[in-house]
Each structure stands twice: as structure tokens, then as C-alpha cells.
Design a protein around this ligand. Structure first.
Ligand SMILES: Cc1ncc(COP(=O)(O)O)c(C=O)c1O
Length: 454
């Protein structure tokens, strides 16, 4: 037993007996202990022995304004005394109406359909797109196209448009056929190509596909600017601009899965804003409640909404989740939007992003670091090593230094809460450099410079 957890043995063994933890080979916990958390405060998570961990991955990218945020706490506590939940079919309530109005004003998409987590938002977008074409007399438009290395969640529909082999391959026989086209990831640059060249090359492949297949294609689904679970692949906004133009030209919906990148993560409220485009569907979740409660929303336009508006029941969108539009979750989301407005978070993040990037120069220059990259409040780099155990070793070494970092393969990334302060940034960067120094890593390859992001 790791001495770090001496006072937590009881909780650890009970958890291992009764909780099946997500995205985990449970046997690995024979070597790698679970971390029992007693409380959170700002960027910090505390275990029962007083050890603390800087939550540099925002607890799977959900926590925007820190743990136990007083403003979100107050809003949820107030809502608890009024209404915790009500069936959203046939009933409505103030928080869900206010949230829908405010999200519509922010995105330009007028209708909000609520789910509980990211994957359900994706399922809803895929079903709505298909059903729109059916209601519009085009039932043959049933196909979906997505990008190689994309991730859209792990329920069967969402996994069908996901291209991360670790999550997909085992279940391939259960999945619906869909098409994955080349990713605009700038790491795919040929010698001499810029990030924009890679984006335009990928758009060219999309054009060829849509020219031939648009008659059978309902929608293209993409993660705008950053393919997050696909090792934080970053790409130039030109791809999104071209994708919008092509989807318009060929009558195919554009679904923007902003589950990881929405709510300011890439430097704008929506990542699509950087391309100046409006998708037909936007999926939001994760940061929507600041990491407090499960909530997701699929937003779409009045045009699409009107194709379902009819006397006939079956032309309506008969999809439901029991906790759809949960009042507590919507109230947490309203508190998150208040913080965005009151603290001018988008502008504040630009300054923080620059501060972190300046510190990260030390990491970018490290002998074992390749392809250092940044978009908004996301930083990532590859570590040159052949060690298949690298992600677990790095994760453990980070915990020993009070950092919660979970590499994706050889990709180390930071996605900190927006309330991160300068002393936390110093600790994060110094700790990361110390781990890189302490691990036996190859520094023989020449650094592969990625094309500069315009
Ligand atoms: C882009 C994207 N889409 C969908 C999902 C699925 O969200 P959830 O895990 O809440 O189902 C994720 C989760 O990481 C994601 O990053």
C-alpha cells in the first residue's frame, strides 16, 4: 500500500470491491492505487491524508471555475430549496427556459434539446439530423461522416462516428457503418506544408467524398479546432470554414461537437467562432455546469426545428432522457454563464493562456518533447519514448508531485480550470519538467517542428 494513502485503506478497498471505475483496466489497481478524495477547493483536490493534487485536467475537462466554487454552490443551494427536478415532457421551469434563452443568444441557434452527458448530446444530433431528412422527404440520407482520430463518446451511435481504436475496435461488430475522412491535424503536415495547407488538403478530401456521396449523407460531425481524446490534435480554422461551405453546397448538416472545446476552452465561447461559421447542430456538455452536474444540450436552428413541427406525432422528435433539463443542473449552468459575463472570462483566459504559454517554453525546448502545441486553454506535446507504460508512469510521477495529469498515450496535455493562478502555473510547469528530467527518455531523435499555427 502506497504510504500516501495510509488513512484511506478502508475506502480504497471498499471502492475496489463495489465500484467499477470508468475507462480503467481494474487489475491495474493492484499496482496503481486509487486516490480517495475527501474534498475539493479551487484547483485543488485533497485526499484524506492531507495530500493535495492540482487538477490540471479539470476532472476530465469539466471543471471550469474550480472545485467548490462559492458562486455555483450558492446557486445550486438556492435551487435545492425551490425545485430539484421535474419531468420536462409537458412541464417546464425557470432555469431551463433561462438557460435556453441565454445559450441561444450566445450561439445563434434557437432551439435547445437536453440530455445528460456528452454522448447523449451526440446521439440526439445524429438522430435529429437523420429524422430531419426523413421528414423532408429524403429518407435515403442516412449516412454519417466524421474525421479520422475523432472522438464523440462511447454509446453505440456516438462510438460509430468515433475513430479511437482503443475505444472502438472491441465493439466494432456492434457499430453502424460510417465513414472517416482524413483529419486536418497539423501533425499530418507533409514537408513544407503549413497548418493551413493541411486543413485545406483535408477539406479537399471532404469535397471529393461529399460530391460523390451527398445524396446518402445526413451529416458531417467534427470536433472544432481540437480533436481532444484523439491526443489533442489541433488544426487550422480554415478546415471548418471549408466544411461549412461544402455542407451548404451539398445539402449535408454540419454537427459541431463542442463538448470538449465549447465554453471558452479554445479562446472563444464556441470554437466555431474562430472560423466565423454557424453549424446546423452544436453539442455542448462538460463545462456547461462547471463540472457540477451531468447536463448536455443539442442546439439547432429554427429551420430544422420546423421540420418536426406537425400534427402527426411520429414527425416529432420522440427522444427522451429521464433527467432531461434537470433544474439543479440548469441552475448550475446559469451560474457558469453569470461567471463568464461578470468576470469577462474569455478576455481573462487570453491573458492566462499567454502566461502559461510563456512558462511552457521550457517544456517545448526539452530534449524529449516533440510537437508542442497550444490552442486557448489547452496545451499538449508528445514525449519521445517507446515505453508502452509511459502514460501510467508519467501519471504516477505527476501524482507524486501533486499534479493530476493523465497522458493520452505519449501525449501529455494540460487543460486546467480557468481559475488557475500564477503560482499554480509555476508548479505545473516546474513539476512537468522535473518529471521529464527524471524519466529515462530518448532524446536521440531530432525535434519534429510542427507547422506554425496561424
Ligand atoms: C468531443 C467529445 N464528444 C463527446 C464526448 C462524450 O462525453 P461524455 O463522456 O460526457 O459522454 C467527449 C468526452 O470526452 C468529447 O470529448
Amino acid at each position: 500500500m502506497n504510504p500516501r494513502f495510509s488513512r484511506n485503506r478502508d475506502l480504497l478497498s471498499r471502492s475496489l470491491r463495489s465500484v467499477w471505475h470508468p475507462c480503467t483496466q481494474m487489475k491495474h489497481h493492484e499496482q496503481m492505487p486509487l486516490i480517495p478524495i475527501s474534498r475539493g477547493d479551487g484547483v485543488w483536490l485533497y485526499d484524506f491524508d492531507g495530500n493535495r493534487y492540482l487538477d490540471a485536467v479539470s476532472s476530465w475537462w469539466v471543471n471550469l471555475f474550480g472545485h467548490a466554487n462559492p458562486r455555483i454552490n450558492a446557486a445550486v443551494a438556492d435551487q435545492l430549496g425551490r425545485l430539484e427536478h421535474v419531468i420536462l415532457a409537458g412541464f417546464t421551469h425557470e432555469p431551463v427556459v433561462q438557460l435556453s434563452e441565454r445559450l441561444s443568444a450566445l450561439t445563434g441557434l434557437s432551439h435547445c434539446f437536453y440530455g445528460s452527458d456528452g454522448a447523449s448530446a451526440v446521439e440526439i444530433a445524429l438522430k435529429m439530423s437523420f429524422h430531419y431528412w426523413k421528414n423532408s422527404g429524403r429518407p435515403e440520407k442516412t449516412g454519417f461522416v466524421s474525421l479520422k482520430n475523432g472522438y464523440h463518446g462511447e454509446t453505440l451511435g456516438a462510438l460509430s462516428v468515433t475513430d479511437v481504436p482503443l475505444f472502438r475496435d472491441t465493439y466494432a461488430a456492434l457499430l453502424r457503418q460510417s465513414t472517416q475522412l482524413p483529419s486536418p491535424d497539423w501533425r499530418n503536415a507533409h514537408p513544407g506544408e503549413t497548418a493551413e495547407d493541411v486543413a485545406l488538403r483535408a477539406a479537399g478530401e471532404l469535397e471529393k467524398y461529399l460530391a460523390a456521396q451527398h445524396g446518402q449523407t445526413a451529416a458531417l460531425i467534427v470536433e472544432p479546432l481540437v480533436q481532444a481524446a484523439g491526443t489533442m490534435a489541433m488544426y487550422h480554422a480554415s478546415f471548418l470554414r471549408e466544411a461549412r461551405t461544402l455542407c451548404n453546397r451539398y445539402g449535408v448538416h454540419l454537427i459541431a461537437d463542442e463538448i470538449a472545446v465549447g465554453f471558452g476552452r479554445t479562446g472563444n465561447f464556441l470554437a466555431c467562432e474562430q472560423a466565423g461559421i454557424r453549424p446546423d447542430f452544436v453539442c455542448l456538455s462538460k463545462g456547461i455546469t462547471g463540472g457540477y452536474l451531468p447536463l448536455s444540450v443539442t442546439m439547432t436552428s429554427d429551420d430544422i426545428y420546423r421540420a418536426f413541427y406537425d400534427d402527426e406525432m411520429a414527425r416529432g422528435f420522440l427522444h427522451s432522457h429521464s433527467y432531461s433539463g434537470n433544474a439543479l443542473a440548469c441552475r448550475a449552468a446559469l451560474a457558469v454563464l453569470d461567471i463568464f459575463e461578470q468576470d469577462d472570462v474569455i478576455a481573462a483566459n487570453r491573458a492566462k493562456s499567454a502566461q502559461i504559454s510563456a512558462r511552457c517554453q521550457k517544456i517545448a525546448r526539452h530534449a524529449s518533447v516533440r510537437q508542442f502545441r497550444n490552442t486557448g486553454m489547452i496545451w499538449a506535446f508528445e514525449v519521445a519514448t517507446d515505453d508502452p507504460l509511459f502514460p501510467r508512469k508519467f501519471y504516477g510521477a505527476a501524482l507524486d508531485r501533486g499534479l493530476l495529469l493523465r497522458p493520452l498515450g505519449n501525449t501529455v496535455y494540460f487543460m486546467p480550470p480557468y481559475i488557475i493562478e500564477e503560482d499554480h502555473m509555476d508548479m505545473l510547469v516546474a513539476g512537468t519538467c522535473a518529471i521529464l528530467d527524471s524519466m529515462e527518455l530518448s532524446d536521440s531523435d531530432h525535434a519534429v517542428p510542427g507547422p506554425g499555427r496561424a
